[in-house]
Design a protein around this ligand. Structure first.
Ligand code: 15L
Length: 287
C-alpha cells in the first residue's frame, strides 16, 4: 500500500465511524487488487471476492470466492452488504461465449442477488469501449450514442441497460462508471485522453461509497486530462473531482512512437476498435 493512497479511517457525515458494508468482486484483478488494499487501509468494512480463494491480507479479513453465475456464491458475497463494487468479469475482447457467460449471465445473477439482499447500490465497472467507435476528434458527453467497438464494449452497453432496469423496476441504485485507461501512469499517446489515474480511481470509489441517494448515474472514469475525449471529467452528483492530469507525462509520451495503427488512432477505443475491423475496400459498396 503506497503512502500516497493512505487516507484516515472513514467517518460518517455525523462524525462517527462509517458502518457501510462494502463488497468488492474481482478483487483478484488489476484494479480489484489495488482497491482491496486501499479500502482496507482506510478501515472500510470490506468483503473481497475473487474467482479462486484469496490470500488474506490480515487474519480477520472478510473473504469469499467463486463463480458469480452461481446464486449461492452471489448470496455469500452480498449477505449484509450495502454497496457492491462490481469489478469482476471479462475486461478485454474475447469470443462471444465467454463474454456472454461472464458479462451478461454473471451480471444478471449479481443484480438478482442485489434484489434478494435489498442491496442499496451497485458500482458497475462499465467501459469506454461501450462508445469506442466514436472518432478521436470528437468530445463526448454522457448522453452520446452508444457505439461499442467490439463484443466486450457491447456487453458493457448491455450492463448499463441492466443497471438502469434494476433502478427503474427494483429500486437498486447503480453508478455505471465508463472506465478509461486505469493505470498507475499513462504509457502511450491514447492515454493522454483516456487515463484514469489510480489516485482518482480511489477518489471516485470513495465518492461512490459515501454519497447518499444517487439513484442511477453514469459517469466517465477518467482523470482531469487536458486532452480528455470525455466531458465532464468529474461527476457533480457524486462530488467527484479528478485531480490527476496526463499532461504531466505528455512530453515523455510524445517522444515515443504511437503503438496504434491508423485505424486504432482514428477511433477512441484504440486497439479494440482496430481489432477485426473490415477495411473500407472490403465492405459492401457505399459503406
Ligand atoms: C478497458 O475497458 C479494458 O478493461 C482495459 O484493459 C483497457 O483496455 C481500457 O479499457 C482502455 O481502454 O485503455
Amino acid at each position: 500500500m503506497s503512502g500516497a493512497y493512505a487516507i484516515h479511517r472513514r467517518q460518517s457525515h455525523e462524525g462517527g465511524p462509517d458502518m457501510t458494508k462494502v463488497a468488492l468482486s474481482g478483487a483478484d484483478g488489476q484494479l480489484g487488487q489495488f482497491l482491496r488494499r486501499c479500502l482496507l487501509a482506510q478501515g472500510i468494512a470490506l468483503r473481497s471476492a475473487g474467482l479462486q480463494p484469496l490470500e488474506p491480507l490480515h487474519p480477520e479479513e472478510d473473504l469469499t470466492h467463486g463463480d458469480l453465475r452461481d446464486p449461492d456464491v452471489v448470496d455469500r458475497l452480498l449477505q449484509g452488504v450495502d454497496v457492491l463494487i462490481h469489478m469482476a468479469g471479462t475486461s478485454v475482447e474475447r469470443p462471444l461465449p465467454e463474454i456472454v457467460q461472464n458479462n451478461l449471465f454473471a451480471l444478471h445473477e449479481v443484480y438478482e442477488g442485489a434484489r434478494r439482499h435489498r442491496l442499496k447500490r451497485v458500482v458497475f465497472a462499465s467501459s469506454n469501449h461501450a462508445v469506442g467507435m466514436h472518432k478521436t476528434n470528437e468530445r463526448l458527453t454522457l448522453d452520446c450514442d452508444y457505439r461499442p467497438d467490439g463484443l466486450y464494449g457491447l456487453s458493457k452497453m448491455w450492463g448499463e441497460g441492466l443497471a438502469r432496469l434494476y433502478w427503474d423496476k427494483h429500486g437498486i441504485e447503480s453508478i455505471c462508471v465508463r472506465i478509461g485507461s486505469a493505470l498507475e501512469r499513462p504509457t502511450e499517446f491514447r492515454h493522454l485522453s483516456t487515463w484514469f489515474g489510480f489516485e482518482d480511481l480511489l477518489r471516485f470509489i470513495n465518492c461512490c461509497i459515501k454519497t447518499p441517494n444517487v439513484g442511477f448515474i453514469t459517469a466517465w472514469g477518467v482523470s482531469n486530462n487536458s486532452r480528455s475525449y470525455w466531458t465532464p471529467t468529474g461527476c457533480e452528483a457524486l462530488g467527484y473531482r479528478p485531480m490527476q492530469n496526463s499532461e504531466e507525462f505528455a512530453s515523455d509520451i510524445m517522444r515515443q512512437q504511437n503503438p496504434l495503427d491508423v485505424v486504432g488512432q482514428r477511433y477512441q477505443g484504440g486497439s479494440f476498435a482496430a481489432f477485426d475491423y473490415t477495411p473500407r475496400d472490403q465492405r459492401p459498396r457505399g459503406c
